[in-house]
Design a protein around this ligand. Structure first.
Ligand SMILES: *[C@@H]1O[C@H](CO)[C@@H](O)[C@H](O)[C@H]1NC(C)=O
Length: 241
């Protein structure tokens, strides 16, 4: 097969597969002056940023980069779920790149969340800052069958334990389990973006835990997704060990 045909075929196979990974949420900047003109320097810098992040991040599950100067400077961050292999991380980042330009066309600031990764970019420098502005709650649709106060006491206990471990770990990420009742087990995950300090990571996770108790009360699973951290619990294993 000649090179161009092969390239065409692999792209044709790749793109629908990447775009079929659906985002959980996305947020675009809302101010009117936050648009860039197609084909200008900002756009070129954004493309370059995505390229750099997609190359740099999969190996370590995290990427942080800035491209360009002055008002055309763009800052970006990607974070893959801490248990992922680099191929799965890479797939998620490519999907995020493809989706974010569709969902937030010509925006100077956007964030997108997936099961497996988070992508943020902005013309404003945001590295190392705790982002409390974007927080989403998702719940498992199934109700628990036991006492919800007791159940959520256990969820909170597990999450607090994971937070204590995660904020001191280099990856700012931890998973763990806790027995509930006779045969059921809670599975939990907490993770912060790695530009945060351990102390800010802890703050972010504690806020998320307090929100989780309200948003997924009585539910078999729940998660809080934010720009700086995310947490999740389920009664089934949803991550790799
Ligand atoms: C879960 O509980 C809520 C409130 O108690 C109820 O309205 C809903 O129908 C229940 N859903 C399921 C799937 O049982």
């Amino acid at each position: 097969m000649d090179y161009h045909l092969r390239l065409f075929l692999s792209l044709a196979l790749l793109l629908p597969c990447v775009i079929s990974i659906d985002p959980l949420f996305s947020v675009c900047s809302t101010s009117d002056d936050h648009y860039f003109v197609p084909d200008n320097t900002f756009k070129h810098n954004l493309d370059k940023l995505m390229f750099v992040l997609a190359n740099q991040a999969p190996a370590i599950g995290f990427g942080l980069e800035s491209v360009g100067q002055g008002h055309n400077r763009v800052n970006g961050l990607v974070l893959c779920r801490g248990d992922l292999k680099s191929t799965a991380c890479s797939t998620c980042i490519r999907a995020a790149d493809a989706w974010i330009s569709k969902l937030c066309p010509y925006k100077k600031e956007a964030t997108i969340w997936f099961d497996h990764c988070l992508l943020r970019y902005s013309n404003n420098e945001f590295f190392g800052e705790l982002d409390n502005s974007n927080e989403f709650c998702m719940s498992n649709t199934l109700n628990i069958s036991t006492n919800s106060v007791v159940f959520h006491g256990k969820v909170t206990k597990l999450m607090n334990k994971l937070t204590m471990a995660a904020h001191l770990s280099p990856l700012l990420f931890t998973t763990g389990e806790m027995k509930v009742g006779e045969s059921e087990k809670l599975h939990g995950l907490v993770q912060c973006t790695r530009d945060l300090s351990g102390g800010d990571c802890k703050k972010c996770l504690e806020t998320a835990i307090s929100e989780l108790a309200t948003c997924s009360h009585g539910k078999k699973g729940g998660r809080i997704l934010g720009g700086s951290c995310n947490i999740r619990y389920e009664l089934y294993p949803f991550f790799e060990h």
